[in-house]
Design a protein around this ligand. Structure first.
Ligand SMILES: *Cc1c(COP(=O)(O)O)cnc(C)c1O
Length: 467
């Protein structure tokens, strides 16, 4: 299987190289040359398989000849063995035809662990094969950084540098990044915002000489391997509810458009998905885009669901690519317009193509709090704000089509957002024991100015790839 860039001006790569690159050299995102489709019988056999086994079967066609079969099954078993629920991704019913897919039983309590735990092992395997090292560089508003540090900490062939905005992540999120006592982990607080952190990372990836010298790898959700790993739970949950012999819909709390895009690929692979509902908080760029056809970032607003406080949904570029019949020149033009004019318009046929699969639903702050309270009152289940945005959107989907079951993705554990949960339901969720203990651990963190040159110097001095 080979991968091509959505902007059409980067070399085609095999799976390992696309995974190691993260972002394509022309600024585009890697997508598979073609999607594998599964016959109903191949979907049916997933029922009842251990999660790691289902994952191995589903990712295999995308990895192609890059990994032998046993090189795939060991990382998957290893990746999901650290999850604290025997079912890995359990489904809970909370209302008629409304189900919660619990994706927060991994080591850092957010769904990011599903992809990152697997990526960490697959990437290490690829480096071993080539006898190479890599420097992982990423920016985070919270959950991605913790998941990346958990996945790569202590791995022999990588050094991981995570930038986060100084003073602007939650206490739990910061400690998850700063208390990991591994020599290859570097948490860096930048005196600036999340957007500043992301701009520094983009600047360093854009410096191709620096990128090559350090062997930079990107692990944010634009990395194809992360999307691929997320396809798995769409299949396992749908099969639990009777797929391929029964259709299901999904409602997905959305920020960078990675998670819901994995659902779109699952559908493209033959999973009978009726609707994919993009659930946004008040940062509703995708809901506005689907309604009007104009993609226009506005200012970011801080909400109770901070991991979705995003105005540039990077992975949307992959959907645009498909909606325009995989025409990279159109994607290049639209991304150019975004840069020049701060917006672009989607042509009616492409917009219609998107609407065939997707709905979008915006949830404001009050509705989010009301939803946490309602779910607790009706079913005794405690959910946090990101998941509540998903459930709220799922109810809208059920009003449009009451017959098709809707699976709402629960993307974080309530204990990660204790204040918001407590103010909605009057009860404070407890941290699981393994996280409670980090509260008293010593923190280790560099504080750097908002300056790419300062970060480049810091990375160059510590990354062992340069040695
Ligand atoms: C990252 C994140 C999201 C958004 O996922 P995307 O793939 O960026 O759309 C939603 N909820 C939580 C808890 C997250 O950490």
């Amino acid at each position: 299987m080979r991968y091509l860039s959505t902007r059409g001006e980067a070399p085609r790569l095999n799976f390992c190289d696309a995974m190691l690159a993260g972002l394509a050299r022309d600024g585009g995102l890697y997508v598979p040359e073609r999607l594998t489709t599964l016959a109903p019988a191949a979907i049916r056999v997933l029922a009842g398989l251990p999660y790691a086994e289902a994952a191995t079967r589903l990712v295999a066609p995308f990895v192609g000849e890059d990994f032998a079969p046993d090189e795939l099954s060991a990382p998957a078993r290893d990746a999901y063995s650290g999850f604290r629920h025997a079912a890995t991704a359990p489904l809970t019913q909370i209302d008629a035809n409304l189900f919660l897919l619990e994706l927060f039983h991994g080591p850092t309590l957010a769904f990011k662990d599903f992809a990152m735990q697997w990526l960490g092992r697959a990437l290490n395997r690829a480096l071993e094969r080539g006898d190479r090292r890599a420097t992982i560089l990423g920016a985070t508003s919270g959950d991605t950084g913790a998941a990346a540090i958990e996945a790569f900490g202590g791995q022999p062939r990588t050094d991981v540098f995570i930038l986060f905005p100084h003073g602007r992540v939650s206490d739990v999120q910061r400690k998850q990044m700063t208390t990991v006592d591994k020599a290859n982990v570097h948490a860096i607080a930048i005196k600036g915002s999340f957007d500043d952190c992301q701009a520094i990372v983009k600047a360093l990836f854009g410096d191709l000489a620096f990128r090559d010298e350090l062997g930079l790898s990107g692990v944010n959700s634009i990395n194809w391997a992360r999307i691929l790993a997320q396809i798995v739970y769409y299949f396992t949950s749908a099969v639990t509810l009777g797929a391929p012999d029964r259709r299901v819909s999904f409602a997905v709390p959305t920020g960078n458009f990675g998670d819901v895009l994995a659902g779109y690929y699952a559908k493209s692979m033959g999973l009978p998905v009726s609707r994919l509902t993009i659930a946004t908080n008040e940062n509703d760029i995708l809901a506005r885009t689907l309604a009007t056809g104009v993609y226009k970032p506005l200012g970011v607003k801080a909400t109770q669901s901070p991991s979705m406080d995003i105005q540039i949904s990077s992975n949307f570029e992959r959907l645009l690519f498909d909606a325009y019949g995989r025409d990279a020149s159109v994607v290049r033009a639209l991304m150019g317009a975004l840069k020049q004019a701060g917006e672009f318009s989607i042509a009616p046929p492409a917009l219609a193509a998107m609407r065939r699969d997707f709905d979008a639903e915006r949830t404001d702050e009050k509705a989010c709090a009301d939803e946490m309270a309602r779910v607790y009152r009706d079913s005794g289940v405690v959910i946090e704000p990101h998941s509540a945005v998903g459930v709220h959107a799922a109810r809208a989907a059920l009003r449009r089509d009451p017959e098709t079951p809707v699976i709402a993705l629960a993307t974080a554990h309530p204990a990660k957002f204790p204040e918001a949960v407590e103010s909605a339901i009057g009860r404070r969720p407890e941290l699981p024991p393994h996280l409670a203990e980090i509260q008293s651990r010593r923190e280790r963190c560099a504080i750097l100015p908002n300056d790419p040159a300062a970060v480049a110097k810091f990375v160059r001095e510590r990354a062992r790839v340069a040695a």
